[in-house]
Design a protein around this ligand. Structure first.
Ligand SMILES: [Zn+2]
Length: 370
């Protein structure tokens, strides 16, 4: 496959919106907009989740593909959506199947260049029951005090490295990863903070499901991310029950080598809380959903430093110095590498992974839901 990454990637949120909407229009897609009621982009434009329907809204089989759950990763997910729309199979959907593309479900994070929502909430930890006690993550309290230094210098960063080393020595790599990544609900200025209430993007996703997936009888789901896996390689995190028929269906679509026994950064998978996957499952009620978070790898475990940098830029950085711009460019490159090599490889895989989901959904092998 010949890939020209400049056709699918954009430089920023506004450019990504333009490419997404123009490509969808060429395909005759039906566009809907979900506008943030109060917030704007850094240059004063509206923050919008763009949603495109390709095919029949009444189709019994529907694929939903989301980009920008983590705003910083949005340029990759947006490119994945655009590149698939530009591919030949997008012009020939199977019968009784339609595709819903949700662009920038976290538009604030996309436009402002942070992983989180406007409230420093990790949207992919926000889909818990906020009326119930939040999931506990006691280990996080031991790491938090050293997380964000006042200044971003190699010397100041030693404190956090030391805290991680001490935790790892006491509890092991797997436990450390679980504490850092599973989600925490106690430190609003920390990372992987799941929030205290449903974020605007969370409520908006429920509205999108109600508006567009009401007639679906079965749903396929891809949530595009970056940061886990080998350089430019797809890494799947499927949250269907590993012993159940829906997971077996995911294996049929994407292959067992991608779905079974996955070890992110070669560690045990964290006990992730409050994922978009969990939210969608709830919004769909009794209707079956097969799907995955699909990551494209960048810097392996070194992404950890970039998560720290995201917070430092948000809470501690001076305004717009050369140093801050250098650091910000590095942060973006960590999640969506500028490299043409990375962009070509991930684009090719994104097209094929999307198509595998469509082919799988079109040949759904499970009995009708009870
Ligand atoms: Zn992500």
């Amino acid at each position: 496959m010949m890939i020209d990454f400049t056709e699918s990637f954009a430089l920023d949120y506004a450019g990504a919106r333009t490419k997404f909407r123009a490509t969808a229009a060429e395909l005759g897609g039906a566009l809907s907009e979900y506008r943030h009621p109060t917030l704007r982009t850094p240059d004063g434009q509206d923050l919008v989740v763009d949603v495109v329907r390709l095919g029949d809204a009444a189709a019994p089989s529907q694929l939903i593909v989301i980009s920008g759950t983590h705003g910083l990763e949005g340029l990759s997910g947006s490119a994945a959506q655009v590149a698939w729309m530009k591919s030949a199979p997008a012009r020939a959907l199977p019968p009784h199947l339609s595709v819903l593309l949700v662009h920038a479900i976290n538009p604030y994070g996309f436009a402002w260049g942070t992983r989180t929502t406007e409230n420093n909430v990790d949207l992919n930890r926000n889909f818990v029951d906020h009326e119930a006690p939040h999931p506990a993550n006691p280990g996080y309290a031991t790491l938090y005090p050293d997380l964000v230094p006042d200044d971003w210098t190699p010397a100041a960063l030693q404190a956090y490295t030391g805290a991680l080393d001490r935790f790892r020595a006491a509890h092991g790599d797997d436990a450390l990863f679980n504490v850092l990544a599973s989600g925490q609900y106690d430190f609003p200025n920390g990372n992987n903070f799941g929030g205290v209430a449903r974020e605007w993007s969370n409520v908006t996703l429920e509205k999108i499901v109600a508006d567009h997936l009401g007639q679906a009888e079965r749903v396929g789901f891809i949530d595009w991310h970056t940061g886990i896996g080998g350089w430019a390689e797809a890494f799947f995190l499927c949250f269907n029950d590993e012993n159940g028929p829906l997971h077996a269906e995911a294996v049929r679509w994407w292959g067992k080598e991608r779905l079974i026994g996955q070890r992110p950064h070669n560690m045990a998978r964290p006990n992730y809380q409050g994922l978009v996957f969990h939210g969608l499952t709830k919004f769909l009620g009794r209707r079956p959903m097969v799907g995955a978070v699909v990551e494209f790898g960048t810097r392996g475990v070194h992404v950890r430093r970039a998560l720290q940098l995201d917070l430092w830029l948000k809470f501690k950085a001076e305004r717009d110095s050369e140093r801050v711009q250098l650091l910000r460019a590095d942060l973006h490159d960590c999640f969506v590498p500028v490299s043409a090599n990375w962009r070509e490889q991930t684009t090719e895989q994104a097209i094929s992974i999307t198509q595998q989901a469509i082919d799988g959904l079109a040949t759904w092998s499970l009995a009708a839901a009870a």
